[in-house]
Design a protein around this ligand. Structure first.
Ligand code: SF4
Length: 82
């Protein structure tokens, strides 16, 4: 489970979030590029290549796509408060 105490400040408000690279629990984004390559409508990279949620998904299909990124994220840096 991603650390909800270490959310990237650029995340769009809503249930999905990405944690910052310096998460002390070791679950921060490592800028691996997977999420914003596979789901660019919802994940973007900041100036250093770290991901954040740029838009919250609304449809079931889009929510599924974002959950797939949660499963694919190597350090478990993507969370869902929903
Ligand atoms: S998949 Fe995870 S580690 Fe990779 S860029 Fe996205 S949030 Fe960061």
């Amino acid at each position: 489970m991603a650390n909800s105490e270490m959310k990237h400040p650029a995340n769009a408000p809503g249930p999905f979030y990405v944690t910052t690279y310096n998460d002390p629990e070791g679950q921060g984004c490592t800028a691996c590029t997977i999420c914003y390559t596979a789901a660019p409508e919802f994940f973007s990279e900041d100036s250093e290549g770290y991901a954040y949620v740029s838009k919250q998904p609304e449809t079931d299909a889009d929510i599924s796509l974002c959950r797939e990124q949660m499963d694919a994220c190597p350090p478990v840096a993507i969370g869902d408060d929903g």
